[in-house]
Design a protein around this ligand. Sequence first.
Ligand code: NDP
Length: 246
Amino acid sequence: MSLKDRTIIITGASSGIGEATAKKLASDGANVVLMARREDKLNTIKDAIEKDGGKALVASGDVTKKKDFENVVSKTVEAFGKVDGLINNAGLMPLSYVQKLKTDEWDKMVDVNIKGVLNGVAAVLPKMIDNKGGDIINISSMAANRYFPGGAVYCATKSAVKMFSEGLRQELAPKYGINVTSIEPGAVATELTDTITDEDIKENMKDMKSMTTLEAEDIANAIHYALSQPARVNINDVYIVPSEQQ
Ligand code: NDP
């Protein structure tokens, strides 16, 4: 099914997977709403989408702030009249070994990776229930399925996102026609590792540099696949990893 005229909010749209997804969905006719904190980046992406004939709205905000999400939903309805989909993509991954006690980074991961997703769902759900349908796509991770070094907290946040997605699906899909998908990527070439401050982790990650990772566009394609199914089809999980990743 084409995404023509479907209105979809994308969090973390200023780079990486969110940016690639916004461009992909807009190229298939969706009205995309770009949410993140770096407004200048969002404006550049909006311009690129419009240059290619797509429709985009910049609605900057911080996913940890409920009020920001409420504003994004209001602006979306004002511009496009409805909300058909939400892609909870914003996230960060400051990996560290637990004994380093980087508790501020743990808090940030919980706030953005978990609470940010909950805030997004709370903001769009009343509209989707009124519309009797919609799509919620949560970007979890391969990290929901297995631990990797320095990822105790990050993996825990992504496991939470995966299980929350399943709970949402069971509560919302049969009753309200709101389909829910958890996307679980392995390594993707983005800015995500920039938030790592633990020098031991940075050192260990050098080994991964030789691996051919996924591109953000590969995840955008998976998201497009889940969104373009007929309403009767719920894609529960997409677990997508680089061929070279063990
Ligand atoms: P990027 O660092 O490129 O993108 C992260 C995005 O999140 C940015 O657009 C950033 O925008 C946004 N963001 C961060 N904090 C907030 C906040 N408080 N409020 C709003 N937006 C915020 O990395 P990716 O594209 O890789 O990451 C996207 C998602 O994919 C994340 O959830 C990540 O965990 C997940 N993922 C990534 C993998 C990878 O290997 N890259 C693998 C598996 C999952 P801004 O700074 O402008 O606010």
